[in-house]
Design a protein around this ligand. Structure first.
Ligand code: SAM
Ligand code: SF4
Length: 439
């Protein structure tokens, strides 16, 4: 292959979780610092990065169909890099299956993309799936992302080894980023216009560190430190694990006004045998007790969760326990998935894999219950007065879209600008958004 000209434009397509969105933003900043610019919508890019997700089969398959679609009408292809968790888990397979792919780069190695691009231009096919924890953060350029709501990865990796999940294999062991680095990055985001920061981690509530006085702190301490930044108005965090929840974090929900009344706490199943087979190491009862403590600390808190239906061996009666959990908690929002066997995880080779039709039927019933509850949560908000953080313009002139403290989408008409916190009354509720008026 002859050597390729220097790429001038890039496109990054991120799939899956918010941590991938964050990584995609940092890759964009890195490529920007190399003098490249984002390709305008609808135009070909010289370099395409597919920032992939391996959490379910469908997510991984998408990558291969996307690679195929990148070939242009004249038969040429851009420089293609596959990043993210599929790259980490299936790097060799991708290289073998897709000759157009020039680079495979894991989630802990993308800071080395510029050097990889050089090699790829010279005709090499380059793979870098090393996992040096925390190394990338010291090398990436400072934050320039401008948006009213920003993500900040504070913790990476997972030591929990739920039997269905690939994350411990693709993202490595749990690590916490240092306090000082996080305060600095948060300040950069705020200086660039962020009014809300969502702290991210696969187990974000496992974050720990030392504050500027050398005192050991947990996520609550980090939240309290960030809350002292005058121009930062809202703080959120996701995703938490029930076993890493501390009394201090629960208390912070009642004490830190900038900490939004929203908790994403995945449960996966409402049945204790299934939870044990999943290696979740919490029970249905301990999960419910934990939610009750959050509600005592912050009575209006919106609870959201993740669910898996059709885990190997799940009986009808065991699935009914998940529906009972939904009836007990009354989630404001939720994500629900059919179990997907992931190669290399213990559950993939368990006996009694559940038939697709059974999973389909269970998922339908679960989602009907979850939708019922998210609609009634939204309906119960009607009449409330609250602030909406304006994130973008609506389709009609004078219309604005944003988020309530409970992470509901809300729209209103009136004078505003992106990044404003506008006091509104919530007027009417649908399953996915609320109509509001400025007060
Ligand atoms: N660490 C978080 C936790 O434990 O809840 C979230 C990690 S994972 C990226 C997000 C969600 O994907 C999980 O909560 C789970 O519901 C779902 N998930 C993970 N592995 C899955 C699998 N093999 N099949 C179906 N859903 C899966
Ligand atoms: Fe996956 Fe479980 Fe870790 Fe969440 S806690 S990332 S589901 S292994």
């Amino acid at each position: 292959m002859k050597s390729l000209s220097e790429p001038k434009s890039y496109r990054i397509k991120s799939f899956g979780c918010q941590m991938n969105v964050y990584d995609g933003e940092r890759m964009a900043e890195l490529l920007g610092a190399q003098g490249m610019s984002a390709a305008p919508e609808g135009e070909d890019a010289d370099l395409v990065v597919l920032n992939t997700c391996h959490i379910r089969e469908k997510a991984a398959e998408k990558v291969y169909s996307d690679i195929g679609r990148l070939r242009r009408d004249d038969g040429s292809a851009p420089l293609i890099a596959v990043a993210g968790c599929v790259a980490q888990a299936e790097g060799e397979e991708i290289m073998a299956r897709s000759p157009d792919v020039r680079m495979v780069v894991g989630p802990q190695a993308y800071h080395r993309l510029p050097a990889m691009i050089e090699k790829a231009r010279a005709g090499e096919r380059v793979t870098d799936t090393d996992m040096p924890a925390n190394a990338k953060f010291g090398v990436l350029p400072t934050r320039t992302k401008r948006a009213p709501s920003a993500f900040l990865t504070v913790q990476e990796g997972c030591d929990k080894f739920c039997t269905y999940c690939v994350v411990p294999y693709t993202r490595g062991a749990e690590i916490s980023r240092p306090f000082a680095d996080l305060v600095e990055e948060a300040q950069k985001l705020v200086d660039a216009g962020a009014r809300e920061i969502t702290l991210l981690g696969q187990n974000v509530n496992a974050w720990d560190g030392e504050d500027d006085k050398g005192r050991a702190i947990g996520l609550d301490g980090l939240i309290r430190a960030l809350a002292a930044m005058p121009d930062l108005k809202r703080i959120r965090y996701t995703t938490s694990h029930p076993n890493d929840m501390s009394d201090a974090l629960i208390a912070a929900h009642g004490e830190v006004g900038k900490l939004m009344p929203y908790l994403h706490l995945p449960v996966q199943s409402g049945n204790n045998r299934v939870l044990q087979a999943m290696n979740r190491s919490h029970s249905a009862e301990s999960y419910i007790a934990l939610i009750e403590r959050f509600r005592a600390a912050r009575p209006d808190i919106a609870i959201s969760g993740d669910f898996i239906v059709g885990f190997p061996g799940e009986t009808d009666a065991e699935f009914e326990d998940t529906l009972k959990m939904v009836d007990t908690i009354r989630y404001a929002a939720a994500f629900s998935f059919k179990y997907s066997p992931r190669p290399g995880t213990p559950a993939a080779t368990m006996a009694d894999q559940i038939a697709k039709e059974v999973m389909d039927e269970r998922l339908q019933r679960l989602q009907a219950a979850l939708q019922r509850d998210s609609l009634s949560f939204n309906q119960a908000s009607v009449g409330r007065t609250c602030e909406v953080l304006v994130e973008r313009k609506g389709r009609k002139p004078g219309q604005w879209l944003g988020k309530t403290p409970w992470l509901q989408s809300a729209w209103f008409e009136g004078d505003a600008a992106i990044g404003d916190l506008v006091q509104v009354e919530l007027l009417a509720a649908g399953p996915n958004s609320l109509e509001a008026r400025v007060v």
